[in-house]
Design a protein around this ligand. Structure first.
Ligand SMILES: Nc1ncnc2c1ncn2[C@@H]1O[C@H](COP(=O)(O)OP(=O)(O)OP(=O)(O)O)[C@@H](O)[C@H]1O
Ligand SMILES: [Mg+2]
Length: 286
């Protein structure tokens, strides 16, 4: 992507460290103690039942208003993010592609990207809108997004799959240090899924992007090639393992993971992924 403005953050060597994170929303504790570290060049996947807290984790990491942090820390390169506004987290190199991207009437994608790039830089070296437009056009081609969509207001009237392609385009232009991708695969057709997954994976290889990918399906992970897969159940990581864990979960569901107690074993490596057992007949207890 030669037309993209150079990125101060895409230089590798970054680390997102989540320690003992507890958080709630609407008066209820949803995250009950998350420990996780994502480094540059690593791909981590998070899987887990509906309502287990995956999107909540993504929102708390990015600082969405309305979520209450009850304990723990989230550091990016040693800087505590909790308490910082979202724009400062973004400026430090964190990126979120939300499960449900928000419509922003009146703000065109190209302009939003130009502002985001400018906000990250030395004011003495402003980013020209033309440079952002060129970068967005190159990225649009990579993710199969029609050029006219770049003229639209952010996410307004975009289909579900177009939104996910647009989020991936934004990631490609902004070149963040660490990207949290919440169900980037949802709503995408098979070609779109392959295109966005390959774009993300290329970011890992091109500038050492670190990825935290939330998904329900192993098919995304075939392209993303995660280093680690974590299982989030009832607000905590109950098992972590290699890529095979995703395939195992697709076969067995979450019943065994729901029973797993991270205190019983190593929730960082191995955990339930090594069990190899079939799922319990018990349904997942909610
Ligand atoms: N703003 C909110 N107000 C009330 N409850 C909320 C709010 N946001 C999340 N919750 C609740 O918190 C729990 C966790 O939700 P979350 O969206 O994090 O789940 P998830 O793991 O992302 O699920 P899915 O796989 O369906 O996307 C759910 O029970 C949800 O209803
Ligand atoms: Mg979710």
């Amino acid at each position: 992507m030669t037309s993209a403005p150079d990125a101060p953050l895409g230089d590798g060597g970054h680390e997102l460290t989540v320690t003992g994170l507890r958080a709630g929303v609407a008066g209820r504790e949803v995250l009950t103690g998350i420990d996780l570290t994502v480094r540059s060049g690593e791909v981590h996947a998070i899987m887990g039942p509906n309502g287990s807290g995956k999107s909540t984790l993504s929102h708390v990491l990015m600082g969405k208003p309305g979520y209450e942090v009850l304990g723990g820390s989230v550091r990016l390169d040693g800087v505590e993010l909790l308490g910082l506004p979202t724009w400062r987290r973004a400026r430090l190199g964190l990126f979120l592609a939300p499960q449900y991207p928000t419509e922003v009437p009146g703000v065109r994608l190209q302009e939003a990207l130009a502002e985001a790039l400018a906000g990250r830089r030395d004011p003495a070296a402003p980013v020209a809108l033309a440079a952002a437009v060129a970068a967005a056009a190159a990225e649009a081609e990579r993710v199969g997004l029609g050029a006219p969509l770049l003229e639209r207001a952010l996410n307004v009237d975009l289909s579900g799959g177009e939104r996910k392609r647009s989020e991936t385009l934004q990631l490609g232009v902004l070149r963040p240090a660490i990207a949290v991708l919440d169900e980037l695969d949802s709503g995408l057709d098979v070609d779109g899924l392959r295109a966005v997954a390959r774009r993300v994976r290329a970011g890992v290889d091109e500038w050492g992007l670190g990825v935290l990918a939330i998904t329900h399906y192993a098919r995304l992970l075939k392209e993303l090639r995660p280093d680690k897969v974590h299982v989030l159940v009832r607000g905590r990581i109950v098992a972590s393992g290699g890529p095979d864990l995703a395939n195992q979960l697709e076969r067995t569901g979450y019943a065994r993971s729901a029973d797993a107690d991270p205190a019983d074993g190593d929730a960082g490596d191995g955990g339930a992924d090594g069990s190899g057992h079939s799922a319990s007949d018990e349904p997942f207890p909610r």
